[in-house]
Design a protein around this ligand. Sequence first.
Ligand SMILES: [Fe+2]
Length: 320
Amino acid sequence: MYQDLAPIPIPHRPWTLNGISKDMMVSHYENNYGGAVRTLNAVRKELAALEGGAPGYRVRALKREELSALNSVALHELYFGNLGGDGRVTEPVRAMLEEHFGSHAAWRREFVAAGQSLAGGSGWALLTYARRQKALWIQTATDHTQAAVDATPVLALDMYEHAYHMDFGANAGAYVDAFMRNVDWTAVAERIAAVRADRPLPPEDPSDKTLPSISVEELAAQLAKGEPVQLVDARPRHYISRASDIMEGAVWRDPERLDEWVGEIRAEEPVAVYCAYGFHVGCGVTKALRERGLDARYVRGGLSAWYAAGGARTPRLPGA
Ligand SMILES: [Fe+2]
């Protein structure tokens, strides 16, 4: 049975990166990663609807697009998931880099050179683990269809211009340096440990699993069916004052003043709470509503995931 893939929430806090702007990261997530998710869903829908006897060229074209979108989704999830750290290599990874590349400095030289070699074009620089050879190596790929067989990327550097042009213009070298300052080596170490033990890579989803939640795909399906749901936009006041859009049908509620508006929430109807990216604000409001006996869930990935999945941008009217 065909099922749409939902985008994962942004795995790191995009406003905390050192020298990489939140706006560029969020645009990258919503437009480029979101575009790959939407393409993958659309292509798979077309593949599922193909009649027997469809011409070979049509099937080949769709399968090529499916591979490209599938790899783009996976590589972007690895890329977003290996950012948000302080760039300091953890000891177990340092030892592995020394073992496979001679020294940490030699590894860094080769990886940075691989990234910079793609400047002005597009592609990925990847630290990859070859499972059969049990060895780390650095791969470059100039598009999304160059997956290495039997190899798992554990550190992904996006060298498409959309990943850096907004902040760095043509200065790809400065972007690579900024990327290196933000690598989350703990996440990379967990991936290496998983792939060496023949386990799947850890999921990048940072959502709070202790609270009931809803994906943007599930929410869209509920709204499309006309099921009753109260949509609460719980972005902080300083954030909403600059925001020009909102989810259609949502009402903004100040997360700091929950006691003032909670009485207006109808107890008999479920509540979906979203914030900008699905981190602590939306979760905090959801928790507080549940403590008051309301059937509240938070929207995984927040408004950004809604846009990444192709959700409409509705202009926010004054006072909404
Ligand atoms: Fe990208």
